[in-house]
Design a protein around this ligand. Structure first.
Ligand SMILES: CC(C)(COP(=O)(O)OP(=O)(O)OC[C@H]1O[C@@H](n2cnc3c(N)ncnc32)[C@H](O)[C@@H]1OP(=O)(O)O)[C@@H](O)C(=O)NCCC(=O)NCCS
Length: 188
């Protein structure tokens, strides 16, 4: 299965919340909170749709960057079970990291449940490292949060030939196709 990523908007709220409440059963965000995130000018939210059906959202992710801040936070990421292990989570993360870099961010932070080794494995594969534990952070389950940080590598090399812009996900149109065999999004 291939997927497309596009910028999310408040119009996607119902579809995003349907995934949110099915995936994060005990600690889902409220619809009001999610609407606020989707509408925020400081946010960068993406939704993923199957290449064959751009009306069906199967995953989403969100990044928050305050203006001028040197750091950003991965707010959320979720992929429906039937779309997992196809590279979609990695592609969503890759686009968020690329956006963080475009906004001048040097460090990206996230929190992940200590009992979620799959997500931790994804983040580690992208260069995130665990830097702290917040005991009993996730309620009502009283599960610890692992705080992870990615130092966003600065662009240090000069292109020898024509400059190729990194893939972007504009707010107006789908732009990124994630093929079934997709490798990781480039981090630098
Ligand atoms: C975490 C999540 C977003 C990953 O999405 P995904 O589309 O399956 O991720 P990818 O296919 O891009 O996986 C990339 C890599 O991450 C690691 N990974 C992802 N899920 C994993 C799992 N369940 N177990 C072990 N490793 C896993 C693997 O290294 C994987 O590469 P591989 O498939 O080649 O082995 C998805 O499992 C999800 O929505 N989970 C529920 C919500 C959640 O936990 N969100 C994170 C909150 S912090």
């Amino acid at each position: 299965m291939s997927f497309r990523l596009r910028r999310a908007s408040v119009d996607d709220l119902d579809a995003v919340m349907a995934i949110e409440t099915s995936v994060f059963v005990n600690d889902a965000w409220s619809s009001e909170g999610m609407a606020h995130e989707l509408a925020s000018r400081d946010g960068f939210y993406l939704v993923a749709t199957p290449d064959a059906d751009d009306t069906r959202i199967v995953g989403y992710s969100g990044l928050m960057v305050l203006p001028g801040a040197p750091d950003a936070d991965v707010q959320t990421i979720a992929v429906l079970p039937e779309a997992r292990r196809s590279g979609l989570g990695r592609a969503l993360m890759g686009q968020m990291i690329a956006e963080a870099r475009r906004r001048g961010v040097r460090e990206v932070f996230l929190e992940v449940r200590a009992d979620n080794p799959g997500a931790q494995s994804l983040y580690e594969s992208l260069g995130f490292e665990a830097i702290a534990v917040r005991p009993r952070y996730y309620m009502p389950d009283a599960v610890d949060a692992v705080v992870m940080r990615l130092r966003v590598p600065a662009t240090t090399t000069e292109p020898a030939g024509p400059v190729t812009e990194p893939a972007v996900v504009p707010s107006t149109a789908p732009a990124v196709v994630v093929p079934e065999t997709s490798e990781s999004e480039p981090l630098s």
